[in-house]
Design a protein around this ligand. Structure first.
Ligand SMILES: Nc1ncnc2c1ncn2[C@@H]1O[C@H](COP(=O)(O)OP(=O)(O)OP(=O)(O)O)[C@@H](O)[C@H]1O
Length: 473
């Protein structure tokens, strides 16, 4: 969306005209209004590309105007203009959905920079352009059709440029990790590493050493020095998935890194400084965890600087069919077959299901259907709804439990805290266990297989499949 028509809202006539003139001098078509309520009426009727609004106005303040416009016209960018800049009002404005802030007196140059930034974000989120830029495996495609997910991507693109910690909330399988990756790829850190840690997968001790590393001999089994994920993510982004699961001790250590960018390895006394942007994700209501005393309030506020919510799939039904087509193409190409067409009844059935397991469940359903489908059509009989449920007990590829040699998993599970198992997807647990063990053995598959109590062939097969599915590097 290019920017042509701008609405200026300011109750002070002088500053309104000043701002209007600055925008006109840059070649935009400008309308100016002194009343925010009148502005809401005009916005409902006219196609503006951008709104510049004053912060303090008697009828309705700028932040409230931003909120109402976001409801009325999601996607219409707003910039708050204020003479009273404070960190708090900037955070409030961003949380309300403003795209940017400008300090008075506004110069045409300053205004031009902000408008160009917004235009660049618009271009990025433009669906076609985005899809084209996301073709390779390293940049997995995000399918986005519904206004709600497009709005989420816009917020993500906007906050990608800041340094603040991001908290992504949303039900399991909605695509939080994808959004985190999107933020990284669109941030100035995009050439740095993107590292993910699943906090629910590891016991307290393992998680602490996974995040911060450990020195040789710091606990039984620590045979060599181990660099933590914070060190690996230096210069890049660290995704802390399922942050709601971390213990009080790890919460305290994490708070310190977020505040001071430094920590010590487990069993070490050297202070290590890092430059890492933290993105946390949770499918719990963290505010409730704080209220119940399970999550530190100070850490919550540190993480909550830039919140993003990913809606469940049932609340953005426009995404169902585009996602289904995308997965059908993806899995067919992976197995070297022609991508099947989705029949009319299959499309209807997909739209009728309420997707409690969200995008991950849809991905599972289509993956199975592509295997089962005969001919070049995918019909409703090929779709097995509910087979992927309970979602909390199944991973994206459903390996655990489908296997004939079930006893092999007993050793895998024993390295995890049983308290978190109920909440974890088994396939994710299995994958994390294998990766952690391979890491411990320096990549030695035979030794890792021995420790996990499986054959080296089983381990190799699983790794091969995950690699094909893009689940491991
Ligand atoms: N918009 C999308 N376009 C394409 N694929 C998607 C999209 N959203 C999610 N996916 C795919 O759906 C699966 C689940 O997504 P993801 O792992 O990001 O969800 P999540 O919310 O992080 O889940 P959890 O809370 O269980 O960790 C992944 O395989 C991901 O690639």
């Amino acid at each position: 969306m290019t920017i042509e028509r701008i609405l200026v809202v300011d109750d002070d006539p002088l500053s309104r005209e000043f701002l209007g003139e600055a925008a006109r001098s840059l070649g935009y078509t400008v309308e100016t209004l002194g009343s925010p309520l009148r502005a809401l009426e005009r916005i409902a009727k006219t196609d503006f590309d951008l709104v510049l609004t004053d912060l303090r106005m008697p009828e309705l303040d700028g932040i409230e105007l931003v909120r109402r416009v976001n409801e009325l016209e999601p996607g219409l960018p707003l910039v708050l203009v204020t003479a009273h800049g404070s960190v708090k009002s900037a955070v409030d404005a961003m949380q309300a959905g403003a795209r940017d802030m400008l300090m008075k007196p506004v110069t045409p140059e300053g205004l031009g920079i902000v408008i160009e930034r917004i235009a660049a974000t618009n271009r990025l989120v433009n669906e076609n352009e985005y899809l084209r830029s996301q073709q390779s495996e390293a940049h997995p495609q995000i399918v986005a059709r519904s206004p709600r997910i497009l709005q989420t991507l816009r917020s993500a693109a906007r906050i990608a440029h800041s340094r603040g910690t991001v908290l992504i909330s949303g039900e399991s399988g909605t695509g939080k990790e994808r959004i985190a990756q999107f933020i990284h790829e669109n941030s100035p850190r995009k050439d740095g590493p993107f590292i993910r840690v699943n906090c629910a997968a590891l016991s307290e001790q393992l998680l602490e050493s996974e995040l911060f590393g450990h020195e040789k001999g710091s606990f039984t089994g620590a045979h060599r020095r181990h660099e933590g994920r914070f060190e690996l993510a230096d210069g890049g982004t660290l995704l802390l998935d399922e942050i709601g699961e971390i213990s009080p001790a790890v919460q305290a250590k994490l708070l310190r890194v977020l505040e001071e960018n430094e920590f010590e390895r487990v069993g070490g006394d050297r202070t290590i400084s890092v430059d890492v942007r933290v993105v946390a994700a949770t499918n719990r209501k963290l505010a409730d965890e704080v209220a119940d005393g399970r999550f530190r309030e100070d850490l919550y506020y540190r993480l909550h600087v830039l919140p993003i919510h990913v809606d469940p799939l049932r609340e953005r039904p426009e995404d169902i069919l585009p996602l289904a087509d995308h997965f059908a193409r993806h899995f067919a190409l992976q197995s070297g077959v022609t991508p099947p067409e989705l029949s009319e009844d299959a499309r209807r059935a997909l739209e009728d299901w309420n997707w409690p397991g969200n995008v991950r469940e849809l991905e599972n359903v289509i993956q199975r259907a592509v295997v089962l489908a005969r001919g070049d059509q995918l019909r409703s009989e090929d779709l097995s709804f509910g087979a992927a449920l309970p979602v909390s007990a199944r991973g994206p590829i459903g390996i655990v439990g489908d296997d004939d040699d079930d006893d092999e998993h007993s050793n895998v599970h024993s390295i995890y805290d049983p308290a978190v198992l109920a909440n974890r997807k088994l396939a994710d647990i299995e994958r994390d266990a294998i990766l952690a063990t391979l890491d411990e053995t320096g990549g030695n598959k035979t030794e890792a297989a021995r420790r996990l109590g499986v054959t080296a062939r089983t381990l190799s097969n699983k790794m091969k499949l995950w690699r094909q599915l893009g689940l491991v590097a």
